[in-house]
Design a protein. Structure first.
Length: 297
């Protein structure tokens, strides 16, 4: 009987030891798991000069338009031009035979008064025209201008020759570069806006008169903190980023300023040079151990 008790006691001790060992192994495994860090990619916060801009819309116009009139009354007997043809100054456009009964005259030549492109052809061979009849319109479209209106509070921040970025819906991914060429000295008292012109080079004729366009005008600049858009998290009402500090993720709430193509201005508990996570944020929370595996300088 005493032997049975001894065997039972020994068996109990062995089970207790095994359970203790299992708990110890599990605790060590959990500890090892908690020590594992999350691999992330980070970029540094930058201090940059940020352009303050405003966007206004307007209409593309030819640099100039010239209407061509005949100097005599008569009949168009030949045409040398058509819509879309580019003309040099002095180039022959048409010929007129004067329409005076009983008299004969040599043909009168109609020549281009300026270089440009024929944008309107209002007559045909055989048409009778007078000195009041417009024959053609010549437009300078290899250079164009955008006519816009700007509110009076911004007029003092815009200057002649300021660079302007222009976009049109026809080419949504393309930017056209121009400069402010004219600022009206007066303001419309009804709308409190001033008229401006932005001159644009148009060698391929992509910007066509009558097109609606949007212009981005610079109205100021300031220094600010800039981060990649990929670092910004906006899952709720308060945007935030994860900053890497002492190999741990720190959640930093920020407010946003000017948005750029792939960057954004922010304000918060950040400073230039701080690494912020741009890839791997979905596995992070406050205090998560991290290791930076990639960094774009």
């Amino acid at each position: 009987m005493r032997k049975i008790y001894v065997i039972a006691a020994l068996t109990g001790l062995m089970l207790t030891a095994c359970q203790f060992q299992n708990k110890s192994d599990l605790s060590q495994e959990n500890l090892d798991e908690s020590d594992k860090s999350v691999s992330v990619v980070a970029e540094k916060v930058k201090v940059e000069t940020i352009r303050e801009t405003t966007e206004v819309s307007g209409e593309i116009r030819p640099l100039y338009e010239v209407k061509v009139y005949p100097k005599v009354r008569g009949i168009i007997v030949s045409e040398k031009v058509s819509v879309g043809k580019r003309m040099k100054e002095g180039q022959l456009m048409a010929e007129i035979e004067q329409d005076v009964p009983g008299l004969e005259f040599s043909r009168v030549q109609i020549k281009a008064p300026r270089e440009g492109t024929i944008t309107r052809d209002l007559v045909e061979t055989g048409s009778t025209v007078s000195v009041q009849t417009p024959l053609y319109t010549i437009s300078k479209i290899r250079e164009v201008y955008l006519r816009i209106k700007v509110i009076q509070s911004l007029l003092g921040k815009i200057h002649i020759r300021d660079p302007v970025t222009v976009r049109v819906d026809t080419y949504p991914s393309k930017k056209f570069s121009g400069r402010v060429s004219e600022i009206s000295p007066t303001v419309d008292p009804r709308t409190r806006t001033g008229r401006m012109k932005v001159r644009l080079s148009n060698p391929r004729g992509e910007l066509k008169p009558g097109m609606f366009a949007r212009a981005e005008l610079k109205v100021g600049e300031h220094k600010g903190l800039v981060i990649p858009l990929d670092a910004l998290i906006q899952t709720g009402t308060q945007p935030y980023v994860f900053k890497v500090e002492e190999n741990q993720a720190r959640r930093i709430e920020v407010s946003t300023g000017v948005f750029m193509e792939n960057q954004v201005e922010v304000e918060g508990q950040l400073q230039g040079g701080d690494p912020v996570v741009v890839f791997g944020q979905n596995r992070l929370q406050e205090g998560t151990p991290v290791s930076i595996e990639g960094k774009a300088e």
